[in-house]
Design a binder for this molecule. Structure first.
Ligand code: SAM
Length: 385
């Protein structure tokens, strides 16, 4: 297996040559070093520039570095010679996307996310969040096929992931929400293309107990960053858990509670406090796998700043878009099925705004003002004494 520099025919030792390549390819020198030192395959935008300017095809680079896609593996096993590999296998038809709705911060398109992605510039987004269909044979209003063969589902995921990686800015964050089963595969794919940050387990029961198996109790939220480190990383701190009746703390802090940070408890990679969206009052779409604004608020707060740009390729009920709008981030969205639920949600934006405000009131202090007052009344310790 060759390193990135070997794959494009330059010597690691020759700093001058590397600097010239960095200028020719319009890639920061540190990113070239990052690809080489971490054995990372550059995104398809960079690979295309290498092909145009140095004349080495992306397939050559993948083969030399020993990094494959489902499609490439399939081609290799079906063809007698790699010389016959079709360079156009990833070509996307970009005709059927229309801009359907605009807000102060965002644009919502109707159509297939792959069609839209193929029209977007390299390095456009600070954050991409994706919650794709889980291939569980679910009936979607758009009638998409949610019962693909495993290899077809993974090949489809690799296509939109490649485009997400290409359109992510350096330092930008990518979050993928899926069942643990699928995220084990997607994670392998992403490890060769981005920097792994976390596998976050979000504790939500998502089906009934199954005989002979453990009761599935978490979704997987993959968190990756493009390049060495994130541009923005500001995780919220959470309140101390207290009993709803007596306001005493639920966990034992081993005699150290007086030393706890008054700004709250550090966020871990296991999230127990994200509610499922079941109540019709809060559900923007009937029969949909709609996520809580609490989840998107946390992700957006952690990985972006006001004014940054967010993309979500799978609109659903528009949870990412409404949260981005409320938090004053620019956003681009797309949904292949009907858009009415998303558009109607923006007419009632105050409902989601109130929910987000309610959640945010609890963050970044050990006790919310209400809990603090109750603890003082009950002669319990607070940060103030
Ligand atoms: C699991 S839902 C997303 C729910 C969303 N995160 C929310 O909280 O409301 C997935 C959505 O992706 C849409 N979808 C599936 N394939 C698509 C594609 N190729 N392009 C755009 N949208 C697609 C489906 O119609 C479905 O509404």
């Amino acid at each position: 297996m060759k390193s990135f520099y070997e794959a494009i025919g330059i010597l690691n030792k020759n700093k001058k040559e590397k600097e010239q390549i960095s200028i020719l390819l319009e890639i920061p020198f540190e990113m070239l070093e990052y690809y080489n030192n971490n054995h990372i395959l550059p995104d398809s935008g960079v690979l295309n520039r290498i092909e145009q300017k140095i004349g080495i095809s992306k397939f050559d680079i993948m083969l030399k570095m020993g990094i494959y896609t489902q499609k490439l593996k399939e081609c290799l096993s079906n063809k007698s010679s790699i010389l016959s590999l079709d360079n156009n296998i990833d070509l996307i038809n970009n005709t059927n996307v229309e801009l359907a709705f605009k807000t102060n911060f965002g644009k919502l398109y109707h159509g297939d996310c792959l069609d839209l992605l193929s029209t977007l510039e390299n390095e456009s987004f600070d954050l991409i969040f994706a919650d794709p269909p889980f291939n569980l044979n679910k009936l979607y209003p758009s009638n998409i096929n949610d019962n693909l063969k495993k290899s077809e589902y993974l090949e489809w995921c690799e296509k939109w992931l490649d485009e997400c990686i290409r359109t992510l800015k350096i330092g930008g964050s990518l979050f993928i929400w899926n069942l643990p089963k699928w995220n084990t595969y997607l994670s392998l794919y992403l490890n060769e293309r981005l920097t792994f940050r976390h596998w976050i387990s979000v504790d939500i029961k998502y089906s009934l107990p199954i005989k002979g198996r453990l009761y599935p109790s978490h979704y997987s939220l993959l968190y990756y960053v493009k390049g060495e480190k994130p541009k923005t990383f500001k995780p919220d701190r959470l309140p101390m858990e207290v009993c709803g009746k007596c306001f005493n703390e639920i966990k034992d802090y081993g005699g150290y509670k007086n030393k706890m940070n008054p700004l709250g408890i550090s966020l871990t990679d296991v999230w127990y406090d994200i509610p499922p969206v079941r109540h019709p009052k809060y559900k923007a779409r009937k029969d949909a796998n709609e996520l809580s604004v609490k989840l998107l608020d946390r992700i957006i707060e952690m990985s972006t700043d006001v004014g940054d740009t967010i993309f979500d390729p799978f609109g659903g009920a528009g949870t990412t878009y409404i949260t981005a709008e409320i938090k004053q981030r620019k956003w681009i969205g797309i949904e292949i099925g009907p858009l009415d639920d998303i558009i109607n949600r923006f007419k009632n934006i105050q409902t989601d705004r109130n929910l987000i405000l309610k959640y945010r009131n609890n963050y970044n202090h050990l006790f919310s003002p209400t809990v603090e007052k109750k603890r003082i009344e009950n002669h319990l310790w607070t940060c103030k004494k």
